[in-house]
Unconditional design. Sequence first.
Length: 293
Amino acid sequence: MEPVDPRRKHGKAKPPRHKHGPTLPHQKRGEAERSPAPHSIRSDPSKSNDSHGRPRYGGSFWLYGIHAVEAALANPARRLRRLVLTEEAEAVLTARLPKPWAIPGERIDRNRLDHMLGRGIVHQGVALQTDPLPGATLADALNRPGPVLVLDQITDPRNVGAILRSAQAFGAALVITQDRNAPDETGALAKAASGALEKILLLRTTNIARALIALKASGLWILGLDAGGKTRLKGSTLGGRRVALVLGAEGEGMRRLTRETCDELVFLPMPGGMESLNVSAAAAIALYEITQN
């Protein structure tokens, strides 16, 4: 493993050794081979990302944490740029994902990695610079079994990451978010997803209501999870129908047009007297109920 050279200039970084995997069905022709703008590939995360691993200038960003990095290394759809890790993290990662990896690792001191990624980042000694994944399409999802999750303006990346993790655990086909008012693909989101970001399809749309209409046209029953719903969510009453579950932002809930587009508003019973749950917890419970269908 080659050591990290702190004197290396950004403009003189070696070109990435990893080759992109095969073009996915939902990618445009030639998209897999397109190179990002030169300013998007930076050797130092402190120059290209904020404290949450979010790309400041677009292009590539940093994943961190054992589970997130392991899943990304194993995903052929990922375009990988640079892998840095401590000696201890290398041993852990090798035990979970034997070498050779899709990209060689560079040894780094933990203190330097702390400084590079920012204070408070629980990176577990490993970080992976990568491009965002190509987006999914509705056709991709409808070819897969399982429910669909629709997130209406849920903005916290950790909540979205946790929802992705639950969606994958309970066999969802797709998660849909709005193109705006939703978090980008970031290190914080990927770490909360614990590897699920590499497995579950994620679609971004400019109009949630239109996406729901398209799902209806494809035969899905649209359930909006709402504390004011009239029907208790119970998988055994769904009659075998394929379901799309809509979740709104904490506090505000679903927007008016989103609510009106749902076929039915449902609620989760809470006999303990609490008014609401964290949206990621509510998503997990609701998905469990739907899988009893």
